[in-house]
Write a protein that binds this ligand. Sequence first.
Ligand SMILES: Nc1ncnc2c1ncn2[C@@H]1O[C@H](COP(=O)(O)OP(=O)(O)O)[C@@H](O)[C@H]1O
Ligand SMILES: [Mg+2]
Length: 272
Amino acid sequence: MYDASLNTSTVNQAAWFGANEQAVDDSVHLDVSGLSKTWNSSDYVLQDIDFSMQKGQSLALIGHNGSGKSTLLRCCLRLIEPSSGTIHLLDREITGKSRRHVRDTCAKVGFIFQRHNLVPRLSVLSNVIHGAQARKSGPRVWYQSFACTQDREEAMHHLDRVGLAHLAGRRADQLSGGESQRVAVARALMQQPQMMMADEPVASLDPQAGEEVMELFMSLLQEEGLTLLFVSHNMDHAMRYSKRIIGLKKGRIALDATTASENESSLHQLFE
Ligand SMILES: Nc1ncnc2c1ncn2[C@@H]1O[C@H](COP(=O)(O)OP(=O)(O)O)[C@@H](O)[C@H]1O
Ligand SMILES: [Mg+2]
């Protein structure tokens, strides 16, 4: 189970990634090649983006507001249609096909937003069960009271994983920000994901809650072998919770480096 008592002072990057090292294997979970995006035919929001991620890797995406980070994440799941380039996700090309044909592949990626987007009036357990909608449809995945025993047990397992099983019956609008984001992670786990993408997942949380959510991601990498691509404006988080950092500047990759080769001040140069 997730240990909420862990805190930054007791957890250092070497500890996370030393243990995680073996989880990274040769299989490529995401490969982006020649990706470009224009909203109108002249202005590029993303231009010639190339990078790939191995299974179990953690990669931080940084850059100014408006540099294209969210657009890139969404293109990687075809939530936004790229203008050109190819994307292979979990060993399948997801570009050049109808969305219907790539839906199952994209469903294996949990997406965590800055705002958790829980349904406020529903229970925590119902919200987590909603994550199964990536795999199946119908009223059985709308409310916990309609859910089959297997889904309900699985949702409780994921709530336990994020340390919140005791809040299963609480309404989502009665949670703190940090609890809400951890429920959103449990909901994403209901997708049975192989990868997580997170767009500024802790930007609206207080520092302590933010640390807890980032540490939860790290434990998912370490214990479940998930791959993590996250956007952050927090250079300290980028340094401590990733092995590789990509910096975007005006829609192009301006930095692609291993975390070990960077320090916070070198990262800040990207913003000058
Ligand atoms: N739906 C849209 N239509 C037109 N322009 C957009 C749209 N979404 C984002 N943009 C523009 O694309 C650029 C990159 O945005 P975004 O990816 O959200 O940046 P970031 O996440 O790095 O702050 C910005 O200039 C933004 O205004
Ligand atoms: Mg953004």
